[in-house]
Design a protein. Sequence first.
Length: 232
Amino acid sequence: MSKLISIVIPALNEAKSIGYVIDSIPIDKLKEMGYDVEVIVIDGGSTDSTVEIAKKRGAKVYVERRRGYGRAYKTGFIIAEGDIIVTGDADGQYPFQLVPYLIRIMEKYNLEFITTNRFYKHHPEAWSKLKLLGNKVLSLAFMLLFGPKVKDCQSGMWVIRRSFLRKVNFYSEGMEFSVEIKALALKEAGERFLEVPIYYNKRLSSSTKLRIFRDFIRNFLCILLMRVKLSL
């Protein structure tokens, strides 16, 4: 019997890239590996043709009016039916072509949670200098408080077993969700946690939902709060 992989993609006005992102998922290869695939797009109320394009590509689309990166993922995790859940943004920066490779790593080492490291190799236009600096400062703070297993605390491409989600409760609604899920994964998955290097591309869409200074502060505070919370 085939196992099921759910690929959860939050989106908001990503008409320029959502088609490419869905098309880049190697569904046939995953089926050869014994996995059925469902693609779930959690749309934040797009005013362009994101929803229509995603549906034409065969994705299941759920419109989540409550805004927030974390809110989108929490909704997606509830809807997803897969034994394994893969995540990534709708802007074309994450290499969904690597999903079979990541699944093989998860299977080989019996992992519960894989996150990815965008600093390993990235397109010269993947970040502005300010965003790159902010990401590196946050990741350094995370490493100082949680150890060297996570070198990129802001990466949004993860591979998650359903068993991990049963053990945790999430609270974050915004961009800081990326910090929260990794901190919880380090604690709950333990030796079954791994960070894998990837190539991070430039954005295919023109807009970004990141509010640099606000999200930097919220992420930094989340790092501190999660360290205190998990130490209690």
